[in-house]
Design a protein around this ligand. Structure first.
Ligand SMILES: [Zn+2]
Length: 384
């Protein structure tokens, strides 16, 4: 079969793909092995759970599956259907499954289905009492964790439409003024500058809530080279998940905002054993430098945003020394299977050969977080 026939064979068979995931013929790992990103494998598995998993509306679920089969919806079209069905507000005039059934009857390209579904759900939601307050409850600011190849990070802000419109209108006034002063500014640059001037740099931080001070992780030989004014291009990791060059460090551009940790064999009063449940500040810094990011595979949360995690849970006799701890993000800390003797559910973190590794719940080989910045972590520098 050539690739074109393979793609044609898939046409209109989204439900069959989801059904294969539901009955175990197609696992998440298989999807990843076939070249799909982890996010896609996760989304497809979740979608399969929606259409084939347990629900109180079994009859409507079966009808929706049949409608999508008849209409020949692709997996992408079904993702659009589910994405908008999830946006149905509580107390709407139709139930979520009545809506899914209706949306599974949509026809056209994926983009057309996407637009029709969005418009239909918006129409229903408008009739819900208190819709605006409910929309406000879904406000969010996300992202800002991933650096792209040009050194940029992106956040996504979600607000009810009117609030977003007035917020942007305010930014536009400032942006307009900035462009008046500098004709070379593009509209997008002026909006970004306006955003920065409105948010300020730390001006809005409440008293007493000092953000953590990032620690720069430097191996002993590099430290010596920097002092000889060499190694300008060497890149170092900070515990807030960003990087800095030797030249930037020497220039002292960030002097007020960071500490420098020269990471050789570190000695000190780090063994507290059971006398103290909470990790000391020094231990926290060592652990942050060790891992730079949450050690869970695929996680991008910086060590500074992480919580101290007891690899051997406190109730199972875990000691408060660095070897029995790591820093782990809030989500993965909560998901970790703390009891090594209980049946595995989400998998667990463990220290192995010095580093922290993840044991998948299905018994596959241990994995590590292979994010590139972790090659600059203290653990990697020490083991290099
Ligand atoms: Zn994590």
């Amino acid at each position: 079969m050539d690739v074109v026939s393979a793609l044609e064979a898939l046409q209109g068979r989204g439900m069959e793909v989801l059904s294969a995931i539901a009955d175990g013929r197609l696992t998440r790992q298989r999807l990843i092995d076939l070249g799909h990103p982890q996010s896609t494998a996760r989304a497809w598995a979740r979608l399969s759970e929606v259409f084939f998993g347990p629900t109180r509306s079994r009859r409507l679920q079966a009808a929706a599956v049949a409608a999508a089969r008849d209409g020949g919806l692709s997996v992408d079209a079904l993702r659009a259907v589910d994405k908008h069905a999830r946006k149905l507000l509580k107390d709407a005039s139709v139930s979520e499954w009545e809506l899914r059934l209706e949306l599974c009857g949509l026809t056209g390209t994926v983009d057309e289905i996407e637009r029709q579904a969005a418009a239909r759900v918006r129409e229903i939601n408008r009739t819900v009492a208190d819709a605006e307050r409910k929309a406000f409850g879904r406000r969010s600011l996300k992202g800002g964790k991933n650096t792209d190849a040009q050194g940029l990070r992106t956040i996504t802000v979600t607000l009810p439409e009117r609030l977003m419109a007035t917020t942007l209108a305010r930014l536009r006034v400032t942006a307009g003024r900035l462009r008046g002063q500098d004709a070379k500014l593009s509209y997008e640059q002026a909006m970004a500058d306006a955003f920065l001037s409105h948010v300020g740099t730390g001006a809005g931080v409440a008293a007493g809530t000092v953000p953590p001070i990032p620690l720069v992780v430097i191996g002993l030989p590099d430290w010596a080279r920097i002092h000889r004014q060499e190694g300008d291009e060497t890149i170092f990791a900070l515990t807030d998940g960003t990087t800095v060059t030797g030249a930037e460090l020497v220039a002292g551009q960030m002097a007020e905002h960071h500490l420098v940790g020269v990471y050789g064999p570190v000695e000190g009063p780090v063994n507290l054993y059971r006398s103290e449940r909470l990790a000391s500040g020094k231990q926290r810094m060592l652990l942050a430098a060790e891992t730079i990011l949450c050690p869970t595979p695929g996680c991008t949360t910086s060590a500074d945003e992480c919580q101290v995690h007891h690899l051997v849970a406190w109730q199972h006799g875990g000691e408060t020394n660095v070897a029995s701890m790591s820093v782990v993000c809030r989500v993965h800390n909560a998901r970790n299977d703390d009891d090594p003797n209980a049946p595995p559910r989400n998998g667990r973190l463990e220290r192995q050969d010095g580093g922290v590794v993840f044991h998948p719940p299905d018994g596959r080989a241990v994995e590590t977080n292979r994010h590139p910045i972790r090659e600059l972590s203290a653990m990697a520098l020490v083991n290099a």
